[in-house]
Structure formats: structure tokens, C-alpha cells
Design a protein around this ligand. Structure first.
Ligand SMILES: Cc1cc2nc3c(=O)[nH]c(=O)nc-3n(C[C@H](O)[C@H](O)[C@H](O)COP(=O)(O)OP(=O)(O)OC[C@H]3O[C@@H](n4cnc5c(N)ncnc54)[C@H](O)[C@@H]3O)c2cc1C
Length: 417
């Protein structure tokens, strides 16, 4: 069976791997020069099923109004002039009810947990090293009100079987000793011991190399122009160069470009580009840096330890396909780093980056079939694409090769819209 995967981000490469393992002949088409060159390039490094939750949650509309007026705000909204932006925001707001939140989280958590387990198996089977750590994540709180609210989160996590610990000011220092250097700044934390961290780009590069060795064909620097269809079936893939390719199945894993590629087929993928930023800082004092991921709840910024670097990432800008690097946002990342880990590294030597998260209004990715018999989607992973990539790739490979996925996948398909 011949399968074309469009996109060599972490999601496309993971899909290619599982398809190859299932015996398919796989070709990956990527417009850039190598794997993980777009949104999978410098994300915040969290593999975090514990935080697998939609942004659309009860109370978010009010919080958003507050954030929009705040300096160092985690959220910005700028009209991009499209009706799609308005409808996407409206759909997201409609998902802010408790009922929708529970339904969406109920789809996201099993996929994220399964994905972490797939990642662990893959790492072991292929001996992949990507500066990974299995030390959990620590969400830190600056106010008693945040800590109080975390009790609710902790109860929900416990109810769905996700191990977690609510910690006071001393407890959090036991987990992340470098925070002892900023006494009085934090009142408590929520620790998720089963979460992991690692460099997504490094993982994707290494997995792509293994796939290639196993017979997957990667074609870099080729742009898919259009999918040619007849009778609800993809017949051919047209490249920008004019070349035409044939395949039995096509997987759309093109991140934020997936929507535009699907639109001529009459498919409306509600995948909006939500911009984020990161800063990668070389460490000068490893003892003064976090051991794993620390998530600052006040600024919604994650600080993740790699071997000799600190990756600081966060923020959400709902402002269209705008890839400009706003240095004001980068300054916020540096401010939070210097505030929590003042001696860890020199933020002025950090490498800034911005990426567009392919995000659905309900936070759940699109993993599954379409109304075209041989067109499959693996996109829309938003804030959790690194966390969910392996599980999504495995589920989709199972669906394409007509094997029953190991987790319930019906709620992940486009049909829910
Ligand atoms: C600041 C920031 C922090 C983040 N932190 C985390 C985190 O800590 N944990 C986590 O789980 N997730 C995180 N994410 C989200 C995660 O990075 C994304 O969900 C994930 O990278 C999406 O992967 P992807 O493969 O779907 O998309 P991409 O990596 O964007 O890959 C899509 C690929 O398709 C290619 N493509 C597009 N159009 C075409 C075409 N026409 N022809 C050929 N190729 C095409 C693109 O060039 C691209 O390489 C973060 C994101 C950001 C921005």
C-alpha cells in the first residue's frame, strides 16, 4: 500500500514511522529543507499529558478580557480581516461550557497519555536520545488564589487517574532546588510526576533518519500545490513544480497549512494559526536552572531544561498567519526567566523563535478519515503536538491499515464538526 504523508513536522514523521512499521510504502513530502523546520522546531519541550486540556474552558472568556489589558499578557488578539478568525473565536467561546470542556478533555487526555506511552516504547525500541528527561513537570503559583484553584485541578486529575501532588513553598523547592534562590516568590505548586520533557526537533530529526533507513522516502523542498480528486477519492497529488504523484492513501499533516490544502476539496478544517514564542538560552550555571519543566501559571510560560540549554516558551496571539518576531514578547520570556532562575543563563544570548500552533476551537486534534475515502487528517494538535504526536501517528496508521486503534478514536475525526 502506497501512502503519501504531506508535512515532515513531528506529527507527519511519527505517522510515517508507524505506517512503515505496518508495512506501507511511505513517501513524505516537505516544502522546507528538512524535518521539524516549522512549528516543531523550537517548542517548549513538554510532553505533558497532565496538562492535556483545551484552552476553551469555563471562565476563560472573563480571564481573556483581563489578560488583554495586562502588561506581559499571555494572550493577544488582533483582527486578521478574515471571517474564519471570527468564526473560529466564536466556536472556541462556544466550547467554554463545562459540558464541552469535559467532553473535549475526555478526548484529549487518553490520546496524550497513550502518546506518551508510545513515545517511551519508541525511544526504547530505537534507542532515540533527544535530551529527554522523565522528571515530571511543576506548575508554580505566585498567589494563594492560584494555589486554591489548583486544588480543583488536582481533584479532576486524581479522578481520571493522573498522579499529581499539590505542594507548598518548601515542597516545590524539594522538586526544583534552584527555586530556593528566589525565596518568597512562590506559594505552592502542582507536580505531575509522569510528564516528560525533550527536544522535539532533535527527536523528529532522529526519527526521520530511522524512517529513512527503514525505507521511507523523504522529499524535501517540494511543495504540494493541490490534491486532485474525483468521486470522493484523491486521485493524485500535484506539486508546485508541476509533477504529479500517485498514492493509495494521502495523509494531511501539514500543520497550519492543512486548512488551505483541504479547502479546494470542500473540507472546512477549523485549524487556526495561534502564534507562540520561545527563547533558547545557553546555561551558565546548571545548578541554578530547573531540572525539568517549570510552568509559571501567572504568565503561562514554560521553562524546560535541556542538557545545557533552557527553553522558555509560551504566549498566544490570535492574529492570522503572521510570523514576525515581536521582540516585546521575547522580552517577557526573558523577564520571567530572570525572575525565577536569575543565575541560570544569560538571556541576552538566547535564541528567539516564533511558531504558529495549528489549533482547533475545541483543543482536540483532527486524527482520522474524511469524506474522501483515501484522505486522512493528522493535524490541529495546537499546544500539544509534541505531546500527542506518537499516539496520533499510531492511531492513524492503525486506521489506514484497518487495524483497530488501541484507544477510542471516533471523537478525534473531522466528523465531529
Ligand atoms: C511557542 C510554542 C510552544 C509549544 N510548546 C509545546 C510543548 O511544550 N509541548 C507540546 O506538546 N506542544 C507544544 N507546542 C505545539 C507543537 O509544537 C505543535 O503542535 C507541533 O509542532 C505541530 O506539529 P505538526 O507536525 O502538526 O506541524 P509542523 O511542525 O508545522 O509541520 C507541518 C509541516 O508541513 C509542511 N507543509 C506545509 N504545507 C506544505 C505543502 N503545501 N507542501 C509540503 N509541505 C508542507 C511544513 O513546512 C511543516 O514542516 C508549542 C508550540 C509553540 C508555537
Amino acid at each position: 500500500m502506497q501512502v503519501i504523508v504531506i508535512g515532515a513536522g513531528v506529527v507527519g514523521v511519527a505517522t510515517a514511522h508507524y505506517l512503515r512499521v505496518a508495512g506501507c510504502d511511505v513517501t513524505v513530502l516537505e516544502q522546507l529543507d528538512g524535518p521539524a523546520a516549522e512549528t516543531s522546531f523550537a517548542n517548549a519541550g513538554q510532553v505533558s499529558p497532565g496538562y492535556a486540556a483545551p484552552w476553551a474552558a469555563p471562565g476563560i472568556p472573563w480571564k481573556a478580557v483581563k489578560w488583554l489589558t495586562q502588561a506581559h499578557s499571555p494572550l493577544k488578539i488582533r483582527p486578521d480581516g478574515s471571517l474564519f478568525q471570527l468564526s473560529w473565536v466564536a466556536r472556541m467561546l462556544a466550547n467554554c461550557t463545562m459540558e464541552a470542556y469535559q467532553r473535549n478533555k475526555g478526548r484529549m487526555v487518553p490520546l496524550a497519555e497513550y502518546s506518551r506511552d508510545c513515545l517511551r516504547d519508541l525511544r526504547e525500541a530505537l534507542d532515540l536520545q533527544y535530551e529527554q528527561r522523565s522528571l515530571g513537570t511543576l506548575q508554580v503559583f505566585r498567589t494563594a488564589k492560584q494555589l486554591e484553584a489548583a486544588q480543583r485541578d488536582s481533584d479532576i486529575l486524581s479522578a481520571i487517574g493522573v498522579p499529581n501532588h499539590l505542594l507548598g513553598a518548601q515542597g516545590l523547592v524539594d522538586v526544583e532546588p534552584a527555586l530556593a534562590r528566589v525565596p518568597g516568590k512562590l506559594v505552592g505548586a502542582l507536580q505531575l510526576p509522569n510528564d516528560e520533557t525533550g527536544d522535539c526537533k532533535m527527536f523528529t530529526d532522529k526519527l526521520a533518519a530511522r524512517c529513512e533507513a527503514a525505507g521511507v522516502v523523504f522529499r524535501y523542498g517540494v511543495t504540494v500545490e493541490r490534491l486532485l480528486a474525483a468521486n470522493q477519492q484523491i486521485r493524485q497529488v500535484l506539486l508546485k513544480s508541476g509533477e504529479i504523484l500517485n498514492a493509495d492513501h494521502v495523509v494531511l499533516a501539514a500543520g497550519c497549512a492543512s486548512r488551505a490544502l483541504a479547502a479546494p476539496l470542500g473540507l472546512d478544517l477549523p485549524v487556526y494559526p495561534v502564534k507562540g514564542y520561545s527563547l533558547t538560552i545557553p546555561l551558565k550555571n546548571a545548578d541554578a536552572a530547573p531540572r525539568s519543566t517549570v510552568l509559571d501559571e501567572s504568565y503561562k510560560i514554560a521553562l524546560t531544561r535541556f542538557d545545557s540549554r533552557l527553553r522558555v516558551g509560551g504566549m498566544a496571539e490570535v492574529a492570522g498567519y503572521d510570523r514576525r518576531l515581536d521582540m516585546g514578547r521575547v522580552a517577557t520570556l526573558a523577564m520571567v526567566t530572570n525572575d525565577l532562575f536569575p543565575e541560570a543563563g544569560d538571556t541576552s544570548r538566547g535564541e528567539p523563535w516564533t511558531g504558529l500552533r495549528p489549533m482547533t476551537p475545541d483543543g482536540t486534534p483532527l486524527v482520522g478519515g474524511t469524506s474522501y475515502s483515501n484522505l486522512w487528517l493528522n493535524t490541529g494538535h495546537g499546544t500539544l503536538g509534541w505531546t500527542m504526536a506518537c499516539g496520533s501517528g499510531r492511531v492513524l496508521a492503525d486506521l489506514i491499515t484497518r487495524k483497530k486503534p488501541e484507544i477510542e478514536s471516533s471523537g478525534l475525526a473531522l466528523a465531529r464538526y
